[in-house]
Ligand binder design. Structure first.
Ligand SMILES: NC(=O)c1ccc[n+]([C@@H]2O[C@H](COP(=O)([O-])OP(=O)(O)OC[C@H]3O[C@@H](n4cnc5c(N)ncnc54)[C@H](O)[C@@H]3O)[C@@H](O)[C@H]2O)c1
Length: 393
């Protein structure tokens, strides 16, 4: 028997995941929830949802769906809302899938407080929490985790990861859209209060695409960080972020060094990728059609294609996902990661196990970014990164 899932947040990104979760063979029933009723209607009126959705499972508020009888909630609301909704859902007896990051707020101390609450709520309720981090299931990351498990990197020496996404390359429009809904308008008012208190965030408060590759491959977390910020003259006074770009160096728990860039002003297409260097083997990643993905040993160079790197999904799951697809490429955006994320969460809930990107892993990504931003605010002072330990079984 399968599970029941409530899908909360059917905006741009939630709409991409609605069909995947609905079509998973281990999902029997779905609920649909958004404060914008037409976003629910788009799926509620879609005949292909009729096999697992009934009109009584349409909701216009989080308050309603959190008290309904679903096994789990998939939360793909705006980034400042995730943590509070995740905690409420777990307290109401629901497993949680949350879009990235754990939460983005201007105040780093508040973010760390939410990280703590998520861990404490997982412990006290026994509910599972999974972060929907797309880089974790890029083919490059899957390949490197396999190489790491074989010991092919040797000792890890250095890694570097980046999320380059220029504000003029679609991000300004994304921000405008997220602020235009009811939840967005409420946030515009709340955000003013942070600005009045002189509290500004930075790009490191959305750190997961850059850190999750190296951290998940090396199974290492950040211990210390020093970081610097840079602000474009074009951004001065126009953003709630004090810096346009932030660059950080981390001392990792395995003794290696990790360099991370979160840039929102950069003259190139988007890039979410990483390189990882070890004493026996090194990986250099390439995104999309940009160059080659390369594995090096001391006397070896292998050029890798996506099929070499990607892991397989169970046949029945892949077949069910085929019906979700409206394009010729079922794997789709963010390196084809969406299918893996949806499958991992459903499978973890059904089999009562920790998901791969569980709360303990998720808060390590978030804390690294928060402390990098704090260091940048202190002109590169070296700061310790808090840690909540490894996930229990
Ligand atoms: N690569 C990635 O992992 C990736 C890519 C894109 C977006 N995202 C994440 O996905 C999330 C959503 O982004 P988006 O662009 O779809 O935003 P969006 O604004 O288009 O959609 C968010 C939706 O949530 C709804 N919502 C908010 N509060 C609600 C509530 N209390 N009850 C019911 N519905 C509520 C809004 O009405 C809206 O429709 C963001 O957190 C973002 O960080 C991740």
């Amino acid at each position: 028997m399968g599970i029941s899932l409530g899908l909360v947040g059917l905006g741009a990104f939630g709409s991409v995941f609605a069909r995947l979760f609905k079509n998973h063979p281990l999902v029997d029933r779905v609920g649909l929830c958004d404060r914008e009723p037409e976003r629910v209607a788009r799926f509620a009126e879609d005949a292909s949802f009729g096999d697992k959705f009934t009109p009584s499972d349409a909701y216009e508020s989080f308050d309603e769906i959190v008290n309904a009888d679903f096994d789990a909630l998939v939360i793909i609301t705006q980034p400042w809302l995730h943590a509070e909704q995740a905690v409420r859902a777990m307290k109401a007896g629901k497993h949680v899938y949350s879009a990235v990051p754990v939460v983005t707020l201007p105040d780093g101390d508040e973010i760390l407080d939410w990280c703590n609450k998520i861990i404490e709520t997982c412990k006290s309720t026994g509910m599972r929490y999974m972060l929907g981090e797309t880089t974790y299931y890029r083919p490059q990351t899957m390949y490197c985790r396999r190489k790491a498990a074989e010991g092919a990197f040797g000792e890890f020496v250095f890694s570097e990861g980046e999320y380059f996404h220029d504000i003029e390359h679609g991000l300004r429009e994304v921000s405008r859209r997220r602020l235009s809904s009811k939840s967005g308008q409420e946030w515009v008012e709340k955000r003013k209060k942070y600005v009045e208190r002189g509290i500004y965030g930075g790009p490191m408060h959305y750190p997961t695409h850059s850190v999750s590759g190296p951290m998940s491959v090396m199974k290492a977390h950040a211990k210390e960080v020093c970081a610097w910020g840079w602000q474009s003259q074009d951004d001065e006074g126009t953003s709630e972020n004090i810096f346009s770009n932030e660059t950080a160096l981390f001392q990792m728990s395995n003794g290696s060094t990790m360099r991370i860039c979160e840039y929102r002003r950069i003259g190139q297409p988007c890039r979410e990728m990483f390189n990882i260097l070890g004493t026996k083997g090194c990986f250099y990643g390439a995104e999309g059609n940009w160059g080659e993905n390369r594995w090096f040993g001391i006397r070896e160079k292998t050029v890798l294609n996506v099929e070499d790197m990607r892991e397989s999904l169970p046949d029945e799951v892949l077949e069910a996902f085929q019906t979700s697809d409206t394009t010729s490429n079922i794997y789709g955006g963010h390196g084809g990661s969406h299918l893996y994320l949806a499958h991992e969460f459903v499978d973890a809930v059904v089999h009562e196990r920790q998901p791969a990107i569980n709360a303990w892993e998720a808060v390590r990504y978030m804390a690294a970014g928060v402390m990098a931003h704090k260091s940048a605010l202190k002109d590169g002072e070296t700061l310790e990164v808090p840690d909540w330990g490894d996930a229990p079984e």
